[in-house]
Design a protein around this ligand. Structure first.
Ligand code: E4P
Length: 217
């Protein structure tokens, strides 16, 4: 399973990249706004740091506007993935961009029917938002199971990129279902390290070691 980091915060990405945990990055207009950075500059900096795909999202709502923005974003670096929303215009842009050799991430997916459209349009990634479904009382992870089943039935090459991840449990469930990628906020990735028994066990080992009076070095 690949880990993408869901942030436009360059310092957070650098720290996680040094741990070897970053296979790619996803951004969106809200994350760019939160970073306070110029979008092109932030995307360029991230692309220089990370080898894998870096999603940069269009903000036009018509297909020709999306294609114009995509041309500018693709020129930033070879590893830019163009993110388009799951609308009719977005699917139209996805098809044109994919036919032109671009990597496209179709975002804001909330149903299996939408995921089928993205795969038919040649998307490299489909981004179902599990946390936002959970927020309205629907089971986000059931959608991941449905999409994995459907894509497997037809050997679609589109990768399932689990988005709107809110907890380590989302990541574990996604991995059990065989989703290709989870895009994880830095805070959730850090939570994945944590277990109280690890902390307790380490404290006990260190206390016992202290009693021996030994030093390894
Ligand atoms: C995915 O690419 C999105 O940027 C992201 O996962 C959305 O997450 P949120 O629902 O926490 O905003």
């Amino acid at each position: 399973m690949k880990f993408f980091v869901d942030t436009a915060d360059v310092a957070e990405i650098r720290a996680l990249n040094e741990l070897g945990l970053v296979d790619g990055v996803t951004t969106n207009p809200s994350l760019i706004a939160k970073s306070g950075r110029d979008m092109s500059e932030a995307i360029k900096e991230i692309c220089d740091m990370v080898e894998g795909p870096v999603s940069a999202e269009v903000t036009a709502t018509d297909a020709s506007g999306m294609l114009a923005e995509a041309a500018k974003l693709r020129a930033i670096a070879d590893n830019v993935t163009i993110k388009v929303p799951l609308t009719e215009a977005g699917i139209q842009a996805c098809k044109a961009l994919s036919d032109d050799g671009a990597s496209v991430n179709v975002t804001l997916c909330f149903s299996a029917a939408q995921a089928i459209l993205a795969a038919k349009a040649g998307a490299a990634f489909i981004s179902p938002f599990v946390g936002r479904l959970d927020d309205i009382g629907q089971d986000g992870m059931s959608l991941i199971a449905e999409i994995c089943e459907i894509y497997g039935n037809y050997e679609f090459r589109t990768e399932v990129l689990v988005a709107s991840v809110r907890s380590p449990l989302h990541v574990v469930d996604a991995a059990r279902m065989g989703a290709h990628v989870a895009t994880v906020p830095p805070g959730v990735l850090k939570q994945m390290f944590k277990h109280p028994l690890t902390d307790k066990g380490l404290a006990a080992f260190l206390a016992d070691w202290e009693k021996t009076g030994q030093s390894i070095l």
